[in-house]
Structure formats: structure tokens, C-alpha cells
Design a protein around this ligand. Structure first.
Ligand SMILES: Cc1cc2nc3c(=O)[nH]c(=O)nc-3n(C[C@H](O)[C@H](O)[C@H](O)COP(=O)(O)OP(=O)(O)OC[C@H]3O[C@@H](n4cnc5c(N)ncnc54)[C@H](O)[C@@H]3O)c2cc1C
Length: 423
């Protein structure tokens, strides 16, 4: 028993969860701390936002996941400070002590310091935010389509900023909704003036993918009726009108910001251990070089390797595999064995655009169209945690595929806080 060590894992995203699961029944007493009570499958947030999936199908309560893990306890709390000299962290639920600390706090939406945009735009970094988008979009439809006078109504423009995979997938899903679902929900209404607008600063959609995927994604989006504007930057947004760098103005009440992320840093780590893009600098073993017992994995970690001199891409696969590698290195540390360096094997990237269309870049091959969509579906289903959730998602997708409809368009208002307080 003397050999047991206290390990705190800060954040149960893709990296933290993988690490905790791999250390099941090990010689570590693990405390997993997260400010959410559930693990979130972020790649499918856009399907919650576009009323395709229920949040519960892509959210996994930590207490359920770790019901049979006697060496792990969970705390729902926000980590506010690291006191490295004392091997302690402060949280909203008190102070905890560790022998080893792993930071796996991921990222949040990057508004590039523009407070006005941050306040007024919608973002999609949590299940709650994806639900908020769903509510706002559905409420918008309720307010405009029965209306007789709606010319230039800002609700007629749904604007998505950033044409990376998230922006492209979201734009495709809303365009599908306009084409297949709204005519059934609002019979007789005219939707020609409802616009899905995708804004992108670079010259291409999916700018980090292959030439083929860039061109194909643009083609698919245009075929679906999405208005794509490239080489434009948002300079302001007052809640009703977006201003672009070319002074063009677009009226919109629903602007979704998908233009980048920045690290969820916790106070207490020396500035010299942090990159300009707010990631912790780590060595090949995911250790912060200035601290012998603090590690970082996933989106928040920046590891320079000969293959990736600017750090690894911020994707789920890197987080998962760094979690796995660190689990075996922590066990090795305990047993005085040599540690193994981490390197990312690029498995490619993909994005889906509307129904049965996708682009997939594998290291040696590229696909598009129906077959790519099938690969996209299969891989996402494989990554979902429980068999029950895989089945639920599969049934939802199959139903949508066959009927071009779903029954999830619920506007769920969490209710007024005062009502609860008055009980
Ligand atoms: C909309 C969207 C779509 C995406 N699509 C894809 C995709 O298709 N493919 C792909 O590979 N990647 C995708 N990504 C990126 C992928 O989700 C991330 O790379 C991955 O989640 C990183 O894992 P992580 O463990 O580093 O962090 P995360 O999974 O973000 O987890 C971080 C955890 O830390 C918790 N946390 C943060 N700060 C604190 C704190 N101070 N105290 C307590 N808890 C804290 C959070 O609640 C969260 O649970 C997408 C991301 C988004 C937002």
C-alpha cells in the first residue's frame, strides 16, 4: 500500500478520460476533477445544435463511467489555481494534494480578444452551448415564418464564422434543415429568404485539408444553398448586425463563432512554460520541463517533435493517444522503468457536409461523396463510448436517412431561476 500515489487528473475530455481508464486498478489513487459532470463527445455537438441528436446520446456522466473503478473518485469542480511548490491545487470545492498532476483542460472558444463579439455571438464548446444554439435557431424559426412582414429581419440570416470542420458541418446541417425539414414544419411558408452564411478568413473552406477536400467541400456547400464568403474577417457584431473588414454589413441575430480555440489555462504555472497560443510546453513524455511531477495532455499541451515542430494538431486522436502513452509512462515511473516518447501517427481528417456527403483525407488516399460519408459515420460511431449510445445514434441517423426528418426539435427553456428559489 505504501507505494500508492495520489494522481489528480484535471479535465475528463478525450485525453483525461483515456488516461483515467487506462489506470483502472493501478497503484494510483486517482482524483478526476471536471467542471462538467459528464464527458462530452465534441465532434457531434453540431448534430445537437441542428436538432439531429439528443445531448444525452453524446454525453457520458463520469460517475456512471467509473462506477466500477475503486481507485478513482470524481469531483465536480473548477480548478482555479495550481500551487506547485506545495503539490496542491485550489478548486471551487477546496484544496487537494497530489503526487502527480495531469492537466487535460482542453480549450475554449477564441474570440481573439474582442469582448463585444464574445458577448453577442453563440459558441459551441459545451453540450450546454450546443443546446443554446438549438433553442435560438428553433425560436428564430418560430418568430419569422408565421410572420407576414419579415423583410430584412435579422433572424433570416444564420451566420457561421469559420469554415473549418465545425463551421462547414454546421452550415451543411442547417442547409439540410432548410431544404428537408422546414417545408414540413411550416407548410405553405416561403424559405427563399432564409440564408445560411458561412464566413471564412482564408481563401478556402476546410483550409487545413487537401486541395480536393477544399474544392469538394465548397462545391457541396454551394449545392446545398449555403452562401460562402471567403477572405473576409468579422470586425464587429452588436447583436443585430455583423461588420466585415470590407465594411459590408450583414443583419443577423444568430451568429455562431467557430473561428478557433485557445487553451483553458489554470493560474499558477510559470509563463515560461506557456506558448503564445496558450498551451503548456511539454517534453516528449508530456511533462512540463520546469515541474518534475506536472504533465499536460491533449489540446492544452504543446509538444515539439521533428515531425511536428509547431506542436501537434488539436484533435481528439492526439488527446486519446497522449492519454494512453502517459498512462503507461506513469506506471513505468512507479516501477523505475524507462519512459516512452510520444509521437502522433496522422490518421487523417474528415468532415461531413449535409446528408450522405463527406470528404476524407487519409495519409495515402482521399475520398469524397457517399463512400466518404459512410467512413465518417462508421468512425464516429466507433469512437462513441457505450454500446447503448452507439445504437441510439445509429437509430437516429438511420431514421433521418430514411425519412429526412427527426423528432428532436424541442425548445427547452431551463426555466427562471427565481421560480426555483421561491419553492
Ligand atoms: C465543435 C467541435 C468539433 C470537433 N470536431 C472534431 C473532430 O471531428 N475530430 C477531432 O479529432 N477533433 C474534433 N474536435 C477537437 C476535439 O474535440 C479536441 O481535440 C479534444 O476534445 C481534445 O481533448 P482534451 O482532452 O484535450 O480536451 P477536452 O476534450 O476539451 O476536455 C477538457 C475537459 O476539461 C474540463 N475543464 C476545462 N477547464 C477546467 C477547469 N479549470 N476545471 C475543471 N475542469 C476543466 C472541461 O470541462 C472538459 O471536460 C472538435 C472540437 C469541437 C469544439
Amino acid at each position: 500500500m505504501e507505494n500508492r500515489k495520489r494522481l489528480i487528473i484535471a479535465g475528463g475530455g478525450f485525453g483525461g478520460l483515456q488516461l483515467a481508464r487506462k489506470l483502472h486498478n493501478s497503484d494510483f489513487d486517482i482524483l478526476l476533477i471536471d467542471k462538467q459532470n459528464h464527458h462530452q463527445f465534441q465532434p457531434l455537438f453540431y448534430q445537437v445544435a441542428s436538432s439531429r441528436l439528443e445531448p444525452s446520446t453524446i454525453s457520458f456522466p463520469f460517475r456512471k463511467i467509473f462506477q466500477n473503478s475503486p481507485n478513482l473518485s470524481f469531483h465536480l469542480a473548477e480548478i482555479t489555481e495550481i500551487r506547485a511548490d506545495e503539490n496542491a491545487i485550489n478548486t471551487t470545492k477546496g484544496t487537494f494534494f497530489y503526487d502527480y498532476l495531469v492537466l487535460a483542460t482542453g480549450c475554449y472558444t477564441n474570440f481573439f480578444g474582442n469582448k463585444e463579439i464574445m458577448k453577442k455571438c453563440l459558441s459551441m464548446k459545451t453540450t450546454g452551448e450546443a443546446l443554446e444554439i438549438r433553442n435560438r435557431i428553433l425560436l428564430g424559426f418560430e418568430n419569422i415564418f408565421p410572420a407576414s412582414d419579415r423583410e430584412n429581419d435579422p433572424l433570416l440570416n444564420i451566420v457561421i464564422v469559420g469554415a473549418g470542420p465545425t463551421g462547414v458541418e454546421l452550415a451543411g446541417a442547417f442547409a439540410e434543415m432548410k431544404k428537408n425539414i422546414l417545408p414540413k414544419d411550416y407548410p405553405g411558408a416561403d424559405f427563399t429568404d432564409l440564408r445560411i452564411i458561412l464566413l471564412e478568413g482564408s481563401a478556402y473552406t476546410l483550409n487545413n485539408m487537401s486541395e480536393q477536400s477544399k474544392k469538394t467541400s465548397m462545391k457541396y456547400l454551394l449545392e446545398l444553398g449555403v452562401t460562402v464568403m471567403t477572405e473576409v474577417f468579422v470586425t464587429g457584431y452588436d447583436g443585430s448586425t455583423i461588420t466585415l473588414n470590407n465594411n459590408e454589413k450583414i443583419p443577423s441575430k444568430n451568429v455562431i463563432w467557430a473561428a478557433g480555440v485557445t487553451g483553458n489555462l489554470v493560474d499558477g504555472i510559470a509563463k515560461t512554460s506557456i506558448t503564445r497560443s496558450n498551451r503548456y510546453i511539454v517534453d516528449r513524455y508530456n511533462r512540463l520541463p520546469e515541474y518534475k511531477n506536472i504533465f499536460a495532455i491533449g489540446d492544452i499541451a504543446s509538444m515539439k517533435t521533428p515531425l511536428y515542430p509547431n506542436g501537434h494538431p488539436q484533435v481528439a486522436n492526439v488527446a486519446i493517444n497522449q492519454g494512453k502513452n502517459l498512462a503507461s509512462n506513469l506506471k513505468a515511473l512507479l516501477n523505475g522503468k524507462p519512459l516512452k516518447e510520444y509521437e502522433y501517427k496522422d490518421l487523417g481528417s474528415m468532415a461531413t457536409i449535409g446528408k450522405h456527403r463527406a470528404v476524407v483525407d487519409l495519409p495515402f488516399m482521399r475520398f469524397k461523396g457517399y463512400f466518404a460519408w459512410f467512413i465518417w459515420m462508421f468512425l464516429h460511431l466507433m469512437l462513441i463510448l457505450s454500446v447503448k449510445n452507439k445504437l441510439m445514434i445509429f437509430i437516429n441517423w438511420a431514421w433521418y436517412y430514411l425519412t429526412r426528418d427527426s423528432s428532436l426539435r424541442l425548445i427547452i427553456d431551463p426555466g427562471r431561476k427565481n421560480d426555483a428559489e421561491n419553492l
